[in-house]
Each structure stands twice: as C-alpha cells, then as structure tokens.
Design a binder for this molecule. Structure first.
Ligand code: UD1
Length: 428
C-alpha cells in the first residue's frame, strides 16, 4: 500500500487549481441512466470514486467515451460522454456497490426509466444503522414496491412512478438526489420538502433541467418537479469542489503561506469562509479564484457546529480540527451529521494535538506546534486532515493507507508540491 511522506513546516505559496466536485460528479454520472441520448459531462475530477461509478455504469450497459483532457495550467478536468441507449442491466452488484456508498444513486434513475432496480445495500450497511431508509420510503411514496432480499434492495414500479408530496424527516443529500432523478421521469408533480440545499444537489437539478426536466425551487429546501415522459441529452460542466477548496484554504492558513485557489467561488463555501475569518485567516475573491493567507495576528480558536448546507459542512470538520490544534486558545467542534466522525482524533493526538471528545463534541486546545509522526488514514476527510497536520508539523510525517485520499483528492501531492510542500508518495 502506498504511503505519503511529508517533511513539514514549509509555508505554501502559489496557485492550486480546484477540480470539479466529486460529490456533484457522482450523481451527474448516474443521471445518464435517465435518457437514451448522450450526456456529456465536463470538468470531471480524476479520482478513484469517479472510476468506481464509471465501472458500475458500464457494467449496467452505459457506454462511456472519454474525451481527453480539457483546460490548461495543470488543470486536467476530463470530459465523459455517457450514453444509456443499449440494453441496460438493472442490477447493481455488491462487489461494485460496496466500494462506494454513492453507488446507491443509480436506484432512482433505474427505477424511473425501466420500472425496476436491484441495488445492493452499501457495504457494511444495514437499514437502521447506516441507512438508505429515507431514499426507500420516499420512492415508496411515489408508488415503488420495495423489498429487501439477500442484501439487495428490490424495487419495482411496473406502471411507472407517480408524483407525490414528500417531506424528508431529516436532510439527506443522496436521498434528495435519488428522488430528484426519479421524479424527473415520474407521472405528475413531485414536491420534495426539507430537501438538501447543497450546491451539488443544485448542480444535479440544473443538469436535469438542461436534459428537459421542469424543476422549480433549485437551491431552496422545497423542490417542485414536473415529471416528463422522456429526457434528452445535454452538455454540463461540474461545479468546483468546495471541500477541496476549503481543505487547501486550511493548508494555506496552517502553514502561514498564501494560496490562490483558482476556479473556486466564495458563494460555495461561505460558512467555511466565516469560520476561517473568525480564526484570523484572510480570505478574498481575486484573480479568478479565492486568495487565502493567515492574518498578521496569527490563528485563534473558534467554535463550530456541522450542519446541512448552508451550514458548516461535516466534510470540512477534520480539516478545521487541524487548524484549531495550532490556533491560540480553545475551540469546540460539534458534529451533528454523522455519529462516529472523530476517527482522526487519536491520529492527530499522535502528532501532539490536544483534543477531548465528549459524545458528539470535541474540545480542541491549541498547542504551540505539531510534531511529525507515523499515522494511519481511516477515511477520506480524516486522511486529508493528517496531510494538513503533516504540512503544519515540524519533522517527518508518514501517512499509511492513503488509498482513502485517492478517492477524493486529485493529485494531492503534485498540487501541494507545486506550492512548496516537501511531500512524496512512496509506492508500495
Ligand atoms: C453526502 C456526501 C458526503 C457528506 C454527506 C453530508 C456524496 C457522495 N456524499 O453523503 O460526503 O458527508 O452528504 O453532507 O454526496 N440518513 C438516514 N437515512 C437515509 C439517508 C441518510 O438516516 O436514508 C442519515 C445519514 O446516516 C446521516 C445523515 O442522514 O446521518 C446525512 O446523510 P446524507 O446527507 O444522506 O449523506 P450522503 O448523501 O450519504
């Protein structure tokens, strides 16, 4: 297994091109199942999760043409042309779905267009513990018959899906996306209330509109979708990755450097920007991107609670903890989206961070500096927090299990090295 070695303590200076958002790209790719015409998606990031979704879709019968590299200046957004015009399999098998929970996003489009879908429950997941129950209940409200059989969701809608008024009991990003796609081909009007407002959900809605869907309320918590009998092809470009943006903003702050995050937009990360500014980081929109530097007064602690968009994203929680670890004073993080999302704490503690976890809150006491250590990545955002800690720390940090990073960060060591980081990947 590959490892990443970082000799920390060097300020990062320069320009980082922000890639297309993984979490927008995955549902957009699944939306190709909704039409027999070509869906052309630009600005797709080079990531393991994108390959996993491409493998799943081609296994189902979608033909995928890759149209080379677009853009310049070290930016390699890819263009995929996806076409679901041949015979389409409606079973998404366990060995593909277990690799990535977002595979469940094929459920809505398969069911809406073909009247049936058999999708493995995501790996290690049972309804009730790491659930997709809200997706299934909402699809049932649209007339789907749903059974669980040998670890698979068996969904049928022999007479098609029907419009319905769905009120999500809690905000679910994937649930909103699955239902948006299902409703686009349903009979009549569907209303999704308490819908997720994440920019990636809006990106999917805009793409569906480009494919001929009628959707009102995009970007709000109430989406109204008037179903169509068929959708057509479209060309669409994926929104910049707000989590990658926030991650590199923290990298500039904790190393005391200055980065231009090219191609990204402040409106995608306003809650993160508010928190960064509260800690003393200077953030401004400039030169086709976002410029970030640590302010002259240094970093100070702040309290943060994760919430659905437009609140502070759970996917930035681990990275912000690194900033808090080297900021003056105490900070508190309260995680309200996922119960068990402090797996990075013991690893950061190995590098000298002082963090106490009490239930869903963590108290972080700032230390004068972190020290390099051998640490292990546990999940995507936890592993990037270790990279940030390694960049800020004195001495050498060795991170193992970096395959987690490759799921969500495109060429991370190249992007960081180009701005002065001493970072290398050691192949196994
Ligand atoms: C998406 C993002 C992920 C992010 C998360 C929250 C993608 C591919 N992934 O994940 O990076 O961390 O949003 O912003 O876009 N829940 C249920 N029942 C359901 C569905 C969800 O109880 O049927 C719960 C989940 O366990 C979790 C909460 O709702 O506690 C939010 O989950 P959800 O918004 O659905 O996250 P994902 O779409 O899986």
């Amino acid at each position: 297994m590959d490892r990443i070695l970082i000799r920390g303590g060097k300020p990062l200076n320069g320009t980082i091109h922000i890639s297309g958002a993984k979490n927008a790209a995955l549902p957009l790719m699944a939306a190709s199942l909704l039409t027999d015409e070509t869906l052309s998606l630009a600005n797709l990031p080079h990531l393991a999760d994108i390959s996993t979704m491409a493998n799943l879709l081609s296994e189902l019968g979608v033909t995928i043409g890759m149209n080379g590299e677009a853009g310049g200046g070290g930016h390699f957004g890819r263009v995929f042309e996806l076409q679901a015009d041949g015979p389409i399999e409606t079973t998404a098998p366990y060995d593909l779905v277990r690799k990535m929970r977002a595979s469940v996003l094929v459920l809505g489009p398969l069911l809406a267009r073909f009247g049936r879908a058999r999708v493995s429950l995501p790996g290690g997941c049972a309804i009730g513990t790491r659930p997709v129950d809200l997706h299934l209940k909402a699809l049932a409200q649209m007339g789907a018959e749903i059974e669980l059989d040998e670890g698979y969701v068996e969904a049928r809608a022999p007479n098609g899906l029907k419009g319905a008024h769905i009120v999500f009991p809690m905000v679910t990003v994937g649930g909103t996306e699955n239902l948006l796609m299902a409703a686009a081909l349903a009979d009549g009007e569907a209303v999704l209330a308490n819908a997720a407002r994440e920019p990636e959900v809006a990106d999917l809605a805009h793409c569906l509109v480009a494919m001929g869907a009628q959707i009102e309320g995009i970007g709000s918590d109430t989406l109204r979708i008037r179903g169509a009998s068929a959708l057509h092809g479209a060309s669409y470009s994926v929104v910049p990755d707000r989590i990658e943006t926030g991650t590199y903003a923290v990298a500039a702050a904790v190393t005391g450097g200055e980065l231009l995050l090219k191609g990204s937009r402040l409106d995608l990360i306003s809650s993160v920007v508010d928190v960064l500014r509260g800690t003393g980081v200077e953030v401004s929109e400039a030169d086709g991107g976002i410029r970030v530097r640590q302010g002259d007064e240094g970093l100070k602690g702040i309290d943060v609670m994760t919430e659905p968009f437009p609140g502070f994203p759970t996917d930035m929680q681990a990275q912000m903890m690194v900033l808090m670890s080297v900021a003056g004073g105490a900070s508190m993080i309260t995680e309200t989206i996922f119960e068990n999302r402090f797996m990075h704490v013991p690893e950061l503690a190995r590098m000298g961070a002082q963090v106490n976890v009490h239930g869903s809150s963590a108290i972080v006491r700032g230390v004068a500096g972190l020290k390099g250590a051998q640490v292990m990545a546990t999940d995507l955002r936890a592993s990037v927090s270790l990279v940030l800690a390694g960049l800020a720390a004195s001495g050498e940090t060795e991170i193992s299990r970096v395959y987690h990073l490759d799921r969500g960060y495109e060429r991370i060591e190249d992007k960081l090295a180009a701005c002065g980081a001493d970072i290398e990947r050691v192949k196994a």
